[in-house]
Design a protein around this ligand. Structure first.
Ligand SMILES: [Zn+2]
Ligand SMILES: [Zn+2]
Length: 452
């Protein structure tokens, strides 16, 4: 039986791969305007990084991580031996922990330095039950800003994310931006206690996971996907009633900056991330319709305590991640089609085998000039070669036969206008160079070749 890709993974075939590249490039262009620089961290890290950076009690760490292990260490484990802590590795379930680890390890934010503004794009891994919009290997683009706690960082981050959605083609009126403040280490404990007391009152309506959460970190119950729990947590105390003066001022400043930028948002006091490291600003972007429960296309917030968790000096942080697959679903729901293959500039058709070597050299010359060029590799008939040229969406087809070769010329056909002319072989190179110069304008390209 033919082998298939593992469950929860998929191939990005050329049309989609091209779009993914465009997606990343658009993000890099827009985030770059805000000073974000690219970084790439390993696809696997020490498991301990995720345990400390995400939290042992989270579903992500307790249920959904893929372990990565060498064959040798697997044998040791199976034989009942133990392996070193640094050999316990996991595929990254998200991007933040690795970036923060890299910032600490490479000292990218020395004391008193400007913040490190970093962006990443690539695959993440979670051992979830695969479903639409949820893959075991999925792609995320994200940013992290480490070293500044000012509300301007939060606001510009949210603004550039909304600008990105617009640039990639997700209409603003199809999205909904939810914002909230999670408070800080000063004001959150009182809030946490209030939520715990509330959950204790409703213990008989909550699932086992939430009861366990109420002991470790009651705020994680806000993440529970069970309907009963969601209904109970709807009535839980609101963080907005517990914010300290500093957190209140920070939150107000973020909202004011969003207002000034013309970004509309909804304040949602139930938007409370269960992850320990979140402080103050938290936000999520959803698609308004057509995506069901998988409607979140991005989100993030401030995490002023995370760097210490992974062993760095106290460094405030802000970041977000957006899911590529979810964005693609949103775009397709809005009617977007994946871009097709770009046209082939030149196709060289050979009348018979005697000229194939010269055809090969012409194609090679075109590629060396910088054009895309192709020829038949299967000894097809001239008619089939034209069909192939059509399929490749060729702009020009050059036809070379023994008669043309004997006269030192080649026939050049403009596939749009069907205009044909004869060009001397020795003039081909300068023609190709002119074509390259005019290529950005398809109409001009056509005219160039129709000229006598
Ligand atoms: Zn506070
Ligand atoms: Zn629950």
């Amino acid at each position: 039986m033919a082998l298939r890709a593992p469950e929860g993974t998929r191939d990005l075939l050329p049309d989609e791969q091209r779009f993914w590249t465009h997606f990343k490039q658009t993000a890099a262009d827009i985030f770059g305007r805000y000073g974000y620089q690219p970084i790439e961290t390993p696809l696997f890290e020490q498991t301990d990084l995720f345990v400390r950076g995400i939290g042992e009690a989270t579903d992500v760490v307790s249920k959904e991580m893929f372990s990565a292990i060498s064959g040798e260490n697997l044998k040791r484990l199976l034989a009942g031996e133990s392996i070193k802590a640094k050999s316990r590795l996991s595929l990254r379930p998200e991007g933040t922990a690795g970036v923060v680890r890299a910032v600490v390890q490479n000292d990218l934010v020395p004391q008193g330095a400007a913040p490190a503004k970093l962006m990443y794009a690539g695959p993440m891994f979670r051992a979830e039950r695969p479903q639409k919009g949820r893959q075991r290997q999925f792609n995320q683009v994200g940013i992290e800003c480490l070293g500044a706690d000012e509300p301007t960082v939060d606001a510009e981050g949210i603004i550039m994310l909304m600008r990105f959605y617009e640039a990639i083609g997700i209409p603003v009126d199809r999205t909904r931006l939810l914002v909230n403040s999670m408070g800080c280490e000063k004001c959150r404990p009182a809030y946490r206690d209030a939520v715990k007391a509330y959950m204790d009152e409703h213990a008989d309506e909550l699932c086992e996971d939430c009861l366990r959460r109420s002991e470790i970190n009651p705020l994680r119950a806000f993440d529970c996907k069970k309907e009963g729990c969601a209904a109970v947590m709807e009535g839980a105390p609101k963080i907005s009633d517990y914010l300290c003066d500093d957190c209140r001022a920070h939150y107000d400043a973020v909202k004011r900056l969003l207002d000034l930028a013309g970004i509309s948002y909804i304040e949602d006091s139930r938007l409370v991330r269960g992850l320990d490291y979140y402080t103050r600003t938290v936000f999520e972007v959803q698609v308004v319709e057509g995506m069901g429960s998988q409607n979140a296309i991005g989100g993030g917030g401030r995490y002023d305590k995370l760097t210490e968790e992974v062993g760095g000096r106290p460094t405030p942080g802000f970041g977000f991640a957006l899911g590529y697959e979810r964005c693609l679903l949103a775009l397709q729901a809005a009617g977007m089609e994946l871009p097709g293959r770009p046209p082939c500039d030149i196709f060289v058709a050979s009348v018979d085998d005697s000229v194939r070597e010269v055809s090969f050299r012409i194609v090679q010359a075109a590629r060396d000039v910088g054009l895309t060029a192709e020829l038949d590799h299967q000894h097809r008939s001239l008619k089939s070669q034209f069909k192939l040229a059509d399929k490749l969406n060729a702009v020009l087809v050059m036809v070379l036969g023994p008669d043309e070769l004997a006269s030192g010329v080649v026939k050049v056909r403009n596939m749009q206008t069907h205009h044909e002319r004869t060009v001397e072989l020795k003039a081909l190179r300068s023609l190709m160079e002119r074509f390259l110069g005019a290529r950005c304008d398809a109409a001009a390209t056509g005219q160039l070749f129709d000229q006598k």
